[in-house]
Design a protein around this ligand. Structure first.
Ligand SMILES: Nc1ncnc2c1ncn2[C@@H]1O[C@H](COP(=O)(O)OP(=O)(O)OP(=O)(O)O)[C@@H](O)[C@H]1O
Ligand SMILES: [Mg+2]
Length: 382
């Protein structure tokens, strides 16, 4: 058999959808998952249940794989370095991945590259947070944003604090804390690219990402009314970061757009990303298909959109554990609707799926996505 085996560490929905994208290419998948119930473990046939923090588990897993890639960024760097020394292809590699694992490392590197970021520094305790707020001066000061440098997701690990008194909680985890000015952005954008080991790269259209309670709610592709010059700058920035950091695979660059036409980098993710889910139905080649191609060093696919507008809305868990009963109405109401469910148990606020809609009229495309996501969740009843 000449078809390669892609080893995916982590059994979440990103692994599930990356696996899905490899099927038409005949690419084989091997999964290292925490539990057999994880989203991807339900659908991949070759699953190892084990702990990604354990080097022996990783080594045994890697033995049957041609390349290792990731559903999340939590595998310890020293383990990845050991696997690389064993001769295993790790994509993205451990050096690149450090910048997506640790927000402190990421900020230091972006500073060194001269990439515009929110003003920031590592803070040592609540009093130091007050000093940081004072340093901001001018329009700065409290409130400031605090982030644990590791382990955050979906806004967990991010705090908006108004005083040093409020700044105590982030320090409890025993992880270094990064303070940032609270950027008065007009909206959040994402510039997503995919890069392969031999240096080919493609850039997706820049999208707008709308968060609710710190969680991504809606993504609009392309970002409406975005100045083409700024869009080009954002794509070039993402391509430059990908090249400088030698990223392989999908790179999401989360951005803040300011009223005076600046773009600041919020954070980096080196894996398929929620802001790229629209590409499954809205781009010629999805982020997942291109991630698979990239880690195998195959030529990348066309990233251009298929429709004028594509909107992705996340489906969060609500009060109804059974979302399937909502399919009848959703599918009958909108025959163009694309539903992507992750096989996860419904818990309030948990991301359990997303929907994609597309068309020529943005207001209509948005309404259809919001309706389907709300109906599946149970917050819309007709
Ligand atoms: N410096 C900042 N100024 C203003 N808002 C911010 C700042 N940093 C973060 N936020 C808000 O908090 C959200 C989550 O922050 P961030 O992306 O760093 O956290 P995360 O939990 O690692 O992310 P994700 O949800 O992408 O997993 C951002 O999307 C943005 O809405
Ligand atoms: Mg984020």
């Amino acid at each position: 058999m000449t078809f390669p085996v892609v080893g995916m560490v982590g059994g979440g929905q990103l692994a599930r959808m990356t696996h899905e994208a490899g099927i038409p290419l005949g690419i084989k998948f091997k999964l290292l998952s925490d539990t057999p119930q994880d989203s991807a473990a339900q659908v991949v046939s070759d699953v190892v249940i084990g702990d990604y923090r354990d080097l022996d588990t990783l080594r045994a897993f890697a033995r049957g794989c041609d390349v290792i890639t990731f559903d999340h960024e939590h595998v310890p760097t020293e383990h990845l370095q050991t696997l690389e020394a064993d001769g295993i292809a790790i994509r993205p590699g451990p050096e690149a991945l450090r910048h997506a694992q640790d927000k402190g490392v990421m900020r230091a590197k972006l500073d060194a590259l001269g990439v515009p970021c929110p003003r920031h520094r590592i803070v040592s305790d609540p009093e130091d947070v007050a000093r940081f707020a004072a340093e901001l001066g001018g329009s700065g000061g409290f409130p400031v944003i605090l982030k644990t440098v590791r382990g955050g997701y979906d806004g967990k690990g991010v705090w908006v604090v108004r005083s040093s008194k409020e700044a105590e909680e982030p320090f409890r985890a025993g992880v270094p804390v990064l303070a940032e000015e609270k950027v008065d952005f007009v909206r959040e954008l994402a510039a997503n690219i995919v890069r392969s080991p031999h240096g080919q790269a493609v850039a997706y259209p820049v999208v707008e990402s709308i968060q609710v309670d710190g969680v991504c709610d809606t993504v609009i592709a392309p970002a409406p009314d975005l100045d083409p010059e700024l869009a080009g700058r954002a794509q070039e920035l993402a391509l430059r970061i990908g090249k400088e950091l030698e990223v392989v695979g999908h790179l999401a660059v989360e951005l803040f757009e300011t009223a005076d036409g600046r773009i600041l980098v919020n954070e980096l993710a080196m894996r398929p990303h929620n802001s790229g889910h629209w590409t499954q139905d809205g781009a010629i080649t999805s982020q997942f298909a291109n991630h698979v191609r990239a880690v195998l060093d195959l030529p990348l696919g066309d990233p251009r959109p298929r429709a004028r507008w594509t909107v992705m809305a996340n489906v969060l868990g609500g009060d109804y554990p059974d979302m399937y009963s909502a399919y009848l109405h959703c599918m009958a109401r909108d025959p163009q609707l694309k539903i992507h469910m992750y096989g996860k148990d419904v818990k309030p606020g948990r991301k359990v799926g997303h929907v994609n809609t597309y068309g020529d009229d943005l207001a209509d495309v948005r309404e259809r996505a919001a309706h389907a996501a709300g109906y599946l969740r149970g917050t819309i009843t007709e």
